[in-house]
Design a protein around this ligand. Structure first.
Ligand SMILES: NC(=O)c1ccc[n+]([C@@H]2O[C@H](COP(=O)([O-])OP(=O)(O)OC[C@H]3O[C@@H](n4cnc5c(N)ncnc54)[C@H](O)[C@@H]3O)[C@@H](O)[C@H]2O)c1
Length: 252
């Protein structure tokens, strides 16, 4: 029987590329996303099932998990790619409602999805979950609500890995660098991100593509990664290494 993956945020960007990778790998793919038009279209293109879901809505997540588990019996992998970016802002200028909105999706939403599917997976005794970190998991940036949330994702992933591991369930995260997704392209177009600076700071002198992240998530969910849990894996074209290296006064 085919394995089943749930991809939140699967209608766009990293989630879309991940859904494509799992579909190509023979998984039954369940896309959960609040963008109904795009979600239905992508699902149609790759033979996935789409359901509308807002991960900020606790009751909706419970109902969604019940629906998937009723139709598929078991879920083998969950990828939490639903998330929103933030424009640069000083903490002193940030409306706390903006913080709450971003936290409700990126952090609380990820936690709720881990809870409902984690219960089912630990009861069954197997499964793999991948959460979505960022460069801001490891380095500060001028997107305070976003960055604080992405640091939380690392801790959440480690706590869940420790809790679920004895029950056969692995929990990891990826920390993508600058990925050319619709969300990132929109920020470049509006002047919020500078593509030249991004490429200069990447050791490989390039953007990360959504498929690069999808491939890493595929690996982390596969049996090839059966001894890996609790890690937050950078997929950043060498941005973390280069940004520190070039910050020193003497660079050869
Ligand atoms: N693009 C990057 O450079 C980058 C880098 C590091 C991390 N990330 C993270 O990757 C994840 C995906 O980002 P992306 O760049 O692919 O963005 P994207 O906008 O292309 O895709 C995000 C998807 O999540 C969905 N979504 C947003 N809020 C939702 C909600 N409340 N409920 C359900 N679905 C919701 C959107 O509809 C969209 O389809 C995010 O967590 C983001 O923080 C992105």
């Amino acid at each position: 029987m085919s394995k089943v993956v749930v991809v939140t945020g699967g209608a766009s960007g990293i989630g879309e590329a991940t859904a494509q990778r799992f579909a190509a790998g023979g998984f039954v793919v369940e896309i959960a996303d609040r963008d109904e038009a795009r979600g239905a279209r992508i699902a149609g293109e790759i033979g996935a099932t789409y359901r509308g879901l807002d991960v900020a809505d606790e009751a909706a997540i419970a109902a969604y998990a019940a629906d998937v588990l009723a139709r598929r019996v078991a879920v083998d992998a969950v990828v939490n790619s639903a998330g929103v970016l933030q424009n640069a802002i000083r903490v002193t200028d940030m409306d706390i409602a903006e913080y709450d909105r971003i936290h409700a999706i990126n952090v609380r939403g990820t936690l709720l999805v881990n809870q409902v599917f984690g219960r089912a997976m630990t009861t069954r005794g197997r499964g793999a979950i991948v959460n979505m970190g960022s460069l801001t998991t490891y380095r500060p940036s001028g997107q305070p609500a976003y960055a604080m949330g992405k640091a939380s994702i690392k801790m959440m992933t480690e706590i869940l890995a420790a809790e679920f591991g004895p029950h056969g369930v692995r929990v990891n995260a990826v920390a993508p660098g600058y990925v050319l997704t619709p969300a990132m392209q929109a920020r470049i177009d509006s002047g919020q991100r500078d593509p030249k600076l991004i490429i200069e700071k990447a050791a490989l002198r390039r953007f990360v593509q959504p498929a690069d992240v999808g491939e890493a998530i595929w690996f982390l969910c596969s049996d090839a990664a059966s001894a890996i849990t609790g890690v937050t894996l950078p997929i950043d074209a060498g941005w973390l290494a280069t940004s520190a290296y070039t910050a020193y006064a003497a660079v050869p």
